[in-house]
Design a binder for this molecule. Structure first.
Ligand code: OAD
Ligand code: ZN
Length: 241
């Protein structure tokens, strides 16, 4: 039950929320991401230089979605979202994650870095959901124009994240900002916490390690998201906010 009306919550999740479902986070040992340097697979230049490698990398990650399940953190956030939607209060749910575990738990977050489930034609900009075509060694042609290959609908380094207007609008009125499982080093997302703090919001941060953007004013809840987030959601729904 929501105790206080008229509040505005912004939630930001990162790779840590899906770590307990078995999806590897980005910043592993030595700056390698599943054995690849980020600049070799997650930039427009990489796609220009070696599209076969980039396609293969994302096709494997797209295929891997079928092998994972949402965890207790995804489910708790979906519950928070649905309680807020019922109450008429404002909740803006942002994820940097490109997996589909939030929606499979019942949420509808803004995927600011795109989605593995979607593909996009570079020529005609046609975007479509497709998790059926998972061949890692053959491109898929656009069925709306003559272009011989579509790309993953992922926001790569150097590209503009999605939904920034909506996100900054929410940050202008936020009362409670919750950051979960993100290292706080990739901008602009890493700057949302400071925006919320400066606007006077209460700020709560969960992660295994202290994120790069943590401030002494933030309430830091260390630990695994699948353990910390359900308890946090319970607290919020009981009115501790
Ligand atoms: P990172 O891999 O940079 O950081 C993951 C964070 O999650 C770290 O702070 C970990 O301490 C924390 N963590 C790990 N396991 C956890 C667990 N079980 N519970 C809670 N926290 C845990 O991932 P992001 O910050 O999401 O961009 O990375 C930001 C962006 O960089 C990504 O969206 C991606 C990447 O390049 C694109 O793909 C465009
Ligand atoms: Zn096209």
């Amino acid at each position: 039950m929501i105790q206080k009306a008229g509040k505005s919550i912004v939630i930001l999740t990162g790779a840590g929320v899906s770590a307990d479902s078995g999806i590897a986070t980005f910043r592993g040992a030595g700056g390698l991401w599943e054995g690849h340097r980020i600049e070799d697979v997650a930039t427009p230049e990489a796609w220009e230089r070696n599209p076969a490698l980039v396609w293969r990398f994302y096709q494997l990650r797209r295929a891997a979605l079928a092998t994972v399940e949402p965890n207790a953190a995804h489910r708790a956030l979906a519950r928070l979202e649905s309680e807020y939607n019922k109450s008429g209060d404002r909740l803006c749910f942002i994820t940097q994650n490109v997996d589909n575990l939030h929606e499979r738990a019942g949420s509808s977050p803004l995927h600011m870095h795109g989605e593995l489930a979607r593909l996009r034609c570079e020529r005609c900009q046609h975007v479509f959901v497709n998790l059926d075509y998972l061949n890692p060694s053959k491109f898929l042609a656009c069925d709306k124009c003559t272009n011989s290959r579509v790309r993953p609908d992922i926001v790569w380094f150097g590209e503009m994240p999605y939904f920034l207007d909506d996100i900054y609008k929410s940050l202008r009125t936020v009362d409670l900002f919750i950051s979960i499982g993100t290292s706080g080093v990739v901008y602009p997302a890493a700057g949302f916490l400071a925006e919320a703090r400066e606007r006077g919001a209460r700020t709560i941060v969960n992660s295994l390690d202290e994120p790069g953007n943590l401030h002494p004013r933030d309430e830091f809840l260390p630990g695994r998201a699948s353990e910390v987030v359900p308890a946090l959601v319970e607290r919020i729904l009981e009115g501790d906010f």
